[in-house]
Design a protein around this ligand. Structure first.
Ligand code: 13P
Length: 260
């Protein structure tokens, strides 16, 4: 059984004070209870400066919402100006680390080799990497989707011993930052490929790995994505910044799950 995961990716949004205000608004809504009842899992991947205040706030409220980071460095400590270590993230009980988001791959020139090293550091420390893959519009139009995903996965997973828990996120670059996600058919096709590639690598263990969809997710379109057999949740950018909108996304997932 793969538990549906709804993960907010705030990207470079929200100061510590804004993060605290978000939590104050989100906690009393329905999603917290649904997650506490074990129906879904909810995580917030926040900027580094918001992790401590969020950790403190979540602990005080006894919340089941998990914390995630948006990056990590593979060295344990030392002269690596501007980087963050696994130990620093673990101090605030960070569970997830987004690795290889397309914004980092494109804007910071992160290669899949780098992504794999980061994932390895997160996994070694007991955290769960959320490994992002996805194609540009030109790759899709060129009919190269499967080859692209294969290459990205192959190179981003060199760290993996098939045993550590990982989460995959299929994020088509052309849908990110829009309000229009991939269609049900396109999301299923890509996530189906991803599971097939994981199966070639890890056999039946592939059935236990959660694959999220990300890119243009809204409360209105989440239902059409989560009905896909191989979509086990969502990585939500813009629509997660508003606590009410993110609550709606979580609750849409809960309703779909209880109907299934
Ligand atoms: P949007 O939901 O804003 O399209 O962002 C998706 C994303 O990149 C999540 O990691």
């Amino acid at each position: 059984m793969r538990k549906t995961l709804l993960a907010a990716n705030w990207k470079m949004n929200k100061t510590a004070a804004e993060a605290e205000a978000w939590l104050e608004a989100f906690y009393p809504l329905e999603a917290e209870k649904a997650a506490a009842d074990g129906l879904v899992e909810v995580a917030v991947c926040a900027p580094f400066t918001a992790l401590y205040p969020l950790h403190r706030g979540l602990k005080k409220k006894n919340s089941v919402v998990e914390l995630g980071a948006q990056n990590i460095f593979w060295q344990e400590r030392g002269a690596f100006t501007g980087e963050i270590s696994a130990e620093m993230l673990l101090e605030f009980q960070t569970k997830y680390v987004i690795c290889g988001h397309s914004e980092r791959r494109v804007l910071m020139q992160e290669s899949s080799e780098t992504v794999s090293r980061k994932c390895g550091a997160a996994a070694k420390a007991g955290m769960v990497p959320i490994i992002c893959v996805g194609e540009s519009i030109s790759v899709r139009r060129g009919g190269l989707l499967k080859q692209w995903l294969e290459a990205q996965l192959y190179e981003s997973l060199t760290f993996w011993d098939n045993q550590q828990e990982i989460v995959l996120a299929y994020e088509p670059v052309w849908a990110i930052g829009t309000k229009s996600a991939a269609t049900t058919e396109d999301a299923q096709e890509a996530c189906g490929y991803i599971r097939q590639i994981l199966r070639e690598r890890a056999g039946d263990l592939a059935d236990d790995i959660r694959i999220l969809y990300g890119g243009g997710v809204t409360p209105e379109n989440i239902g059409g994505l989560l009905i896909c057999d191989d979509v086990d949740g969502a990585l939500v950018g813009g629509s997660s910044l508003d606590p009410v909108g993110f609550d709606k996304i979580v609750m849409a997932a809960v309703q779909l799950k209880t109907k299934k």
